[in-house]
Ligand binder design. Structure first.
Ligand SMILES: Nc1ncnc2c1ncn2[C@@H]1O[C@H](COP(=O)(O)OP(=O)(O)OP(=O)(O)O)[C@@H](O)[C@H]1O
Ligand SMILES: [Mg+2]
Length: 428
């Protein structure tokens, strides 16, 4: 009866898929099971009574000693994990799936035999499947890390391309603006210049009359000269010329101040701005493009000051206004509306132009998408506007009907999220 469980246990130990080595208190080998015998290629009879580190010289001796110390002094079970390389003892394991592996996890523990002496059990088991999946996980993680790096690089490239795009669009906008401004300034400067020439002639004649006063023998001579030089006409015209020239110079001054308001080139920071003022100066700047194509109707609501980079919002408005004018074939109407809705405001540009075909609606914000002839449009206006509005945490809505017109509505938050963080002192 008694021997039955022992036989059972020794059969179990010999057949189990774990390496089991029994050592005495001095770490001399007492026994190992068939699993070890098959893999280590050493003879148990010759090994018996020998020190473990002598039979397994390849073992990591210092680690083995530490395990013994812990097991002896603290009577604990000491585990070593397959991840701790090198393995304490390498017993090559062959698996159907992964071929030969030498990964070992070990368990080292003390136990007392019936005669009261201390022995140690060293159990070695194979965790190759775990190792394999962990290895795969690590590979996947590395690959993912690589992808992340690639994505970061791509993002950086995109950012660079985007800022180049912004730059080139800025240049294009400046070119367009310069052409408009040149035209606008040319008119008043033209007539101020021609008035100056006329005034030059008048001054010449007036000086002649004054000079004649000194040499004149009679007042009649002077009167005669005045009549012959059409003094009365000059007198009336001089005043008209001077006031007209004053108006011309005023117009130039207006254009220059609108330009200053519009550009704020150096300004790249968010600050509270009066959008109506910006829209008015934008209208002034593009009036040359608009006036032959449309009557511009302003329907401004009440707007609070909005946290934005006003020069960039001006640029968005300019793009929408110029697009609206381009969409109108003969002469139409462009309505510029604004309104406030809770914490948001919107700016809307509506035109009575040719409209946008539904199938093109989702393409118009693509960079370089244009239906204008080569050399006419760069296709960057809306792409740039989109990125500016995104930067402002806003959105653009489009409504369009072919043959009737289009409406672009730009929604902007009154406060930028970062400003809210500062105001509340905590993230939202
Ligand atoms: N108000 C509008 N009415 C009709 N079509 C429009 C309107 N606004 C934009 N589009 C269409 O969207 C396209 C893209 O506009 P976007 O402003 O990006 O470029 P563009 O005007 O063609 O060129 P750019 O603005 O660079 O000079 C236009 O070519 C046009 O087909
Ligand atoms: Mg455009």
């Amino acid at each position: 009866m008694d021997s039955y469980p022992n036989e059972l246990l020794s059969a179990l130990v010999e057949r189990i898929g774990l390496g089991i080595i029994v050592l005495d208190a001095n770490t001399r080998i007492q026994h190992w099971n068939a699993f070890v015998a098959q893999r280590c290629g050493k003879n148990l009879d010759q090994a018996k009574g020998q020190l473990f580190v002598n039979i397994f010289p390849e073992a990591d001796t210092s680690r083995f000693e530490r395990m013994v110390e812990l097991a002896r002094d603290k009577s604990t079970h000491v585990y070593s994990h397959w991840l701790e390389m090198p393995a304490l003892v390498e017993l090559p394991v062959s698996t159907a799936e992964h071929g030969l592996l030498a990964l070992q996890s070990t368990l080292f523990f003390p136990f007392e035999t019936p005669d009261g002496s201390i022995h140690y059990g060293l159990v070695m088991y194979e965790t190759s499947t775990l190792a394999q999946s962990s290895e795969q996980l690590e590979l996947a993680l590395n690959a993912l890390g690589g992808k992340q790096v690639e994505q970061d690089q791509l993002l950086r490239k995109l950012e660079a391309a985007n800022s180049q795009l912004l730059q080139s669009e800025k240049m294009a906008a400046i070119g367009q603006l310069a052409a408009g401004v040149a035209h606008e300034i040319n008119n008043p400067i033209g007539y101020v210049f021609s008035n100056l020439k006329t005034l030059d002639g008048y001054v010449h004649d007036l000086l002649k009359i004054i000079d004649a006063v000194d040499g004149a023998t009679s007042l009649d001579d002077v009167r005669q000269l005045k009549r012959s030089l059409e003094y009365d006409y000059i007198r009336g015209d001089v005043e008209a010329l001077i006031s007209e020239s004053g108006d011309g110079i005023d117009r130039v001054k207006q254009i220059i101040s609108a330009l200053k308001d519009f550009s704020h080139i150096e300004e790249e920071e968010f600050r509270l701005a009066d959008l109506h003022r910006g829209l008015d100066s934008t209208l002034n700047v593009v009036s040359n493009e608009l006036k032959y194509k449309a009557e511009v109707v302003k329907e401004y609501g009440a707007l609070p000051e909005v946290d934005c980079i006003s020069s960039q919002i001006n640029q968005v408005a300019m793009n929408l206004l110029v697009n609206a004018a381009h969409a109108i074939e003969k002469f139409g109407r462009i309505t510029l509306r604004t309104a406030c809705d809770g914490d948001w405001i919107w700016i809307e540009v509506e035109d009575t132009g040719k409209g946008i075909e539904p199938k093109l609606l989702n393409r118009i914000f693509e960079p370089f998408f244009t239906t204008k002839p080569v050399g006419k449009g760069t296709g960057l206006g809306l792409a740039l506007s989109y990125s500016i509005v995104q930067k402002h945490h806003g959105r653009i809505e489009v409504h369009s009907e072919v043959g009737k017109g289009s409406r672009f509505r730009v929604w902007l938050p009154v406060h930028q999220p970062s400003a809210l963080v500062q105001a509340d002192g905590q993230a939202i």
